[in-house]
Design a protein around this ligand. Structure first.
Ligand code: FAD
Length: 332
């Protein structure tokens, strides 16, 4: 247990706030030992993985629990699928790389997403037409309220777009210890996403798909090791088709994607760009010049500045388009 511990190396915005206490959790036992220690019973608790979807805006007055639970175990395998249980502290992209090397199909479009395996179900990570929910069998963990081990089936995770039960009812009350994935043994790719449509599908391998995704991501998104950021700051809004059609009357190039009969998904990056923020710089923070959905931190030590900038962006999008942006990043 570390006291008064800097979080700078534990968040991809690289802001320099501190936690009163910081504890690395390596297995279920160390978590239960901590949870049953009376000294910490009344302390606030926050679970983190790689810190790549978090913005700290002040010091954390409580205990930060950092998952380091490792291990990848095959539970079941047949000609069609493989079931694998993975420790929440495993690096997400290392796991994707392993699946690709073994020809286990499903999550290759989620290559290069930063962070841990344990965080993947929290916001149902997604990219390039794939969401992790379609490959999660169940989520195992410990309920921080009663210290009881629990397994959530895929259905009871209640996954939605960048959302799950862990982000709502169970927010910060359920420590994910392992995630079980079910992956396909038969070749099947998701290539409907516009940037993947012109990929040569003849003799395509899973490694080719991973390479292409990595290439696209590297062109569009800043590497957090070189320029601090937390990926998309806001979710893509889902709005009524009538509202989208009105915008389209004014902006010919505006695109929307049908979700159901009445609702469409639109690009938050487009709204922000059209509101004039792309490439904006103020003090030592700003909006990435290649992707308006990504807020970047050049050198600020204080996450509050980024929160203030995100509020200004939200207000200006609301004023221009009458659309309320919802944050994707978790702010503490
Ligand atoms: C450059 C960049 C690109 C990105 N691209 C994408 C993308 O394409 N698609 C996408 O969906 N996301 C993307 N993200 C966001 C981020 O990578 C994901 O949300 C990722 O899953 C966060 O993992 P993490 O371990 O860093 O989680 P953290 O940031 O540490 O935590 C995120 C949330 O999960 C909770 N949490 C973490 N671990 C656990 C656990 N073991 N048990 C319970 N709760 C836990 C935390 O309390 C917090 O609420 C991107 C981020 C960056 C920086």
């Amino acid at each position: 247990m570390f006291k008064n511990y800097s979080l700078k190396n534990y968040n991809s915005f690289r802001v320099n706030h501190k936690a009163n206490f910081f504890l690395k959790i390596e297995n279920n036992k160390s978590l239960i030992n901590f949870l049953t220690d009376k000294k910490f019973k009344n302390e606030k608790k926050l679970i983190i993985g790689g810190g790549s979807n978090i913005l700290f805006t002040k010091d954390y007055e409580g205990v930060i629990l950092y998952s380091c639970i490792k291990g990848i175990h095959i539970l079941e395998e047949n000609d069609n699928h493989i079931k694998v249980k993975v420790g929440s502290g495993e690096n997400w992209d290392n796991f994707v790389r392993l699946c690709v090397s073994k020809n286990w199909y499903g999550i290759e479009n989620l290559s290069l997403i930063p962070g841990s395996v344990g965080a993947a179900p929290i916001q149902n990570i997604g990219a390039y037409g794939v969401e992790v929910k379609d490959y999660i069998y169940d989520v195992n963990g410990i309920d921080l309220k009663n210290n009881i081990k629990k397994t959530y089936s895929n259905k009871s995770c209640d996954f939605k777009y960048r959302d799950s039960v862990f982000k709502r009812e169970l927010k910060n009350n359920f420590f994910v210890t392992e995630v079980t994935f079910i992956l396909m043994k038969n070749k099947k790719f998701t290539l409907d996403y516009s940037e993947l449509k012109n990929i040569n599908s003849q003799n395509l391998t899973i490694q080719n798909v991973r390479d292409k995704i990595i290439e696209i991501r590297n062109l569009k998104l800043p590497d957090p090791k070189l320029l601090a950021n937390a990926g998309s700051f806001f979710k893509n809004p889902i709005i009524n088709i009538k509202v989208a059609k009105k915008i389209k009357e004014q902006y010919n190039h505006f695109k929307y994607y049908q979700i159901n009969e009445s609702m469409v998904k639109i690009s938050a990056a487009w709204l922000i760009e059209k509101s004039g923020w792309k490439g904006h710089k103020e003090k030592n923070i700003g909006v990435y010049n290649k992707h308006a959905l990504v807020l970047v931190n050049y050198s600020s030590e204080n996450g509050k500045d980024i929160k203030i900038l995100s509020k200004k962006i939200k207000e200006s999008v609301l004023e221009k388009f009458d659309i309320t942006l919802e944050k994707e990043v978790n702010i503490f």
